[in-house]
Design a protein around this ligand. Structure first.
Ligand code: ZN
Length: 242
C-alpha cells in the first residue's frame, strides 16, 4: 500500500477492499487498501465497521501502524485472507478529529512564527486538543492573542490542500528545512499540507494526517487551559466551540 486511501481523500467515509493478512489468533487483519486512520502523529485511530459480502459484521476497535503496515484489530475472529470487505468509518468522530487536527496546524504555526517557540508535542481528542511548546514568556494575554489570531485565520476561509513532493524539492520550502535531519533518508517522497490561497501564503507542513478542505469548517476555537510543565515547557489546551 503506497498511499493509504485516507491520505488521497480525507473525506472518504466508505471503501471496498480485500483482506491480505490475518494474525494467528484471528484478531488482527491487514487490507489491500484502507481508509481507516491508524493512531499516529497525535491523532487517535478511527473507529468503524467492516462487513463481508456474506453479511458478517466486525467492529474495528484499534488501528495501528506496525513496521509501516496498517493493522486493524477487530472485535471477533472469522475474517480470512481473500475476503472482500466493505469498510465504514465512524464519520462523526473522524470529522471532529479533522477539525481539531487542522486547527492545531494553524495555532502551532502562529505560535512558532510569532515567538520562534519550538512545538514539542501535540495530542488530539474528539473534544479538545493539546499543544506543547518551549517558550520563556508565557501568559494568558499572549495566549488570548493566539486564540484570536487562529480564529482570524479560520475565518479567512483558506483552502487546505496537499501535494506529494520529492524529498529534495520538499526541503526547498523554508518551513521544512529543519526536517531534513529528522526524516529518515529512506523517505523519498514527502506529503506537504498547504494552508494558503492566492492572497495569503500561511503555512506549509509535512504531515500524514487527515485535514479539512477549508479552514472555515473548523468553527471557532477557545484556549481554555494553560499549564507550566517546567522551565520553558508550556502546554495549552483548546476546544472548538459547538
Ligand atoms: Zn496535519
Amino acid at each position: 500500500m503506497k498511499n493509504p486511501l485516507y491520505l488521497l481523500n480525507c473525506y472518504l467515509k466508505e471503501f471496498d477492499s480485500t483482506v491480505t493478512h490475518v494474525s494467528d489468533d484471528g484478531s488482527e487483519i491487514t487490507l489491500e487498501d484502507t481508509a481507516f486512520y491508524p493512531t499516529s502523529g497525535g491523532q487517535p485511530h478511527d473507529n468503524g465497521i467492516i462487513t463481508t459480502t456474506d453479511g458478517r459484521l466486525f467492529n474495528v476497535i484499534d488501528i495501528i501502524k506496525k513496521d509501516g503496515v496498517i493493522v486493524h484489530k477487530v472485535d471477533k475472529i472469522g475474517l480470512q485472507v481473500g475476503n472482500i470487505i466493505h469498510g465504514v468509518i465512524d464519520w462523526e468522530y473522524r470529522y471532529k478529529l479533522m477539525r481539531y487536527h487542522t486547527a492545531s496546524h494553524i495555532l502551532s504555526t502562529l505560535i512558532n512564527q510569532e515567538t520562534g517557540a519550538e512545538i514539542t508535542g501535540n495530542q488530539l481528542y474528539h473534544d479538545k486538543a493539546r499543544v506543547d511548546f518551549s517558550l520563556e514568556n508565557f501568559d494568558r494575554s499572549l495566549m488570548q492573542g493566539f486564540q484570536n489570531k487562529t480564529n482570524d485565520i479560520i475565518r479567512k476561509g483558506l483552502p487546505v490542500n496537499f501535494r506529494i513532493l520529492e524529498r529534495e524539492e520538499a526541503f526547498k520550502i523554508p518551513s521544512l528545512v529543519k526536517l531534513r535531519k529528522q526524516l529518515s533518508e529512506t523517505i523519498k517522497e514527502i506529503r506537504i499540507v498547504d494552508i494558503a490561497d492566492n492572497n495569503f501564503d500561511f503555512d506549509h507542513q509535512a504531515c500524514g494526517g487527515t485535514h479539512l478542505k477549508n479552514t472555515t469548517e473548523i468553527g471557532e476555537i477557545e484556549i481554555y487551559e494553560l499549564e507550566n510543565k517546567g522551565k520553558e515547557r508550556r502546554r495549552i489546551y483548546f476546544r472548538i466551540k459547538e
